[in-house]
Design a protein around this ligand. Structure first.
Ligand SMILES: C[S@@+](CC[C@H](N)C(=O)[O-])C[C@H]1O[C@@H](n2cnc3c(N)ncnc32)[C@H](O)[C@@H]1O
Length: 290
């Protein structure tokens, strides 16, 4: 198969068919954001704030926001992210007291939302292999959370794909927001696009599967794993869950998430910007059975 920009077109047009031209156009539009309020900043949005159905965090939606700023509390007022990026945290259904690991946590947006949910009770392990990116997790925690609210938070530096060798059946919930092809960024960057090759998504999918398999080992029986990516390539989305069915039969069941925006897929849920203005984002929810 062809490499570079023409190979990219061929690959994704083959995957998304007639939808691809609209999807491609939507991927190149400026990104919208949701601002999630930091409960420790004592900031709130006005009554006329735009809310999205199904999000349990206080938030506002606009085409553009001023960068977050510190309130008198000393903490930043809100965290900006794509609405679809909130869905994996919603899907985890966290309650205070649970033991949670965010296997690929940096820069830390989803870990921050997990911390809001856990309310300093239980344990949140925010892991990332990159030292530079781990520094960003620490910075986000310090910018948004009082030190007294960070007692249940730990930042670690493991290779997520090998975690199952060291710990087993430990966590109530596992978030695997996996490194992925991030095609939106590839499409925006002519140099990245010229370097694109189909082997890349295949290689990434191999390491994503290894991390998900590790996740299944470290979550408790009855516990939940949320697998997510911002990839368009199905090799990194439903195909990863298909492979889990093939390689770990009987060890898990799928929980079918449903949200107010996006669409169901064979094994999960996908949010694409041509229909929703958000994403691309994919998630699948798995419960360990044995
Ligand atoms: C999609 S980003 C995570 C974004 C993050 N969940 C958030 O919401 O801010 C993927 C992260 O995985 C990390 N990573 C890549 N390979 C890893 C591995 N084998 N083990 C642990 N972390 C890894 C990267 O450094 C990167 O920060």
């Amino acid at each position: 198969m062809t490499k570079g920009a023409s190979g990219f077109e061929e690959f994704y047009a083959g995957m998304y068919g007639e939808r691809w031209p609209r999807l491609r156009e939507a991927l190149l539009l400026p990104k919208k954001h949701v601002a999630v309020v930091n409960p420790f900043s004592k900031y709130s949005f006005p009554e006329q704030a735009v809310r999205l159905t199904g999000l349990s965090f206080e938030h506002d939606v606009r085409d553009s926001f001023l960068p977050p700023e510190k309130t008198d509390s000393g903490y930043l007022n809100y965290y900006l992210l794509d609405a679809a990026s909130i869905l994996p945290v919603e899907a985890l259904g966290l309650v205070p007291g649970e033991k949670v690991v965010d296997l690929c946590a940096a820069p830390g947006g989803k870990s921050l939302l997990c911390a809001f949910k856990l309310k300093n009770q239980g344990l949140l392990v925010s892991n990332d292999r990159s030292a530079a990116r781990r520094a960003r997790i620490h910075r986000i925690f310090d910018d948004y959370l009082p030190k007294t609210e960070q007692k249940n938070l730990t930042v670690t530096a493991h290779d997520a794909s090998k975690w199952g060798l060291y710990q087993k059946s430990i966590y109530d919930k596992v978030l695997l927001d996996a490194p992925c092809s991030s095609e939106r960024h590839v499409l925006e960057d002519p140099k990245e696009l010229s370097l694109w090759a189909p082997g890349r998504t295949k290689a990434i999918a191999i390491s994503q599967f290894a991390m998900l398999a590790a996740g299944l080992d470290i979550v408790k029986v009855g516990g939940t794993i949320v697998y997510s990516t911002c990839a368009l390539s199905q090799l990194e989305n439903d195909d990863i869950i298909r492979k889990l069915h093939q390689k770990r039969p009987g060890r898990f069941e799928l929980i079918r998430p449903e949200f107010a925006f996006g669409e169901p897929t064979e094994f999960g849920w996908q949010v694409l910007p041509d229909t929703t203005g958000w994403g691309p984002f994919y998630l699948s929810v798995v419960r360990r059975l044995r």
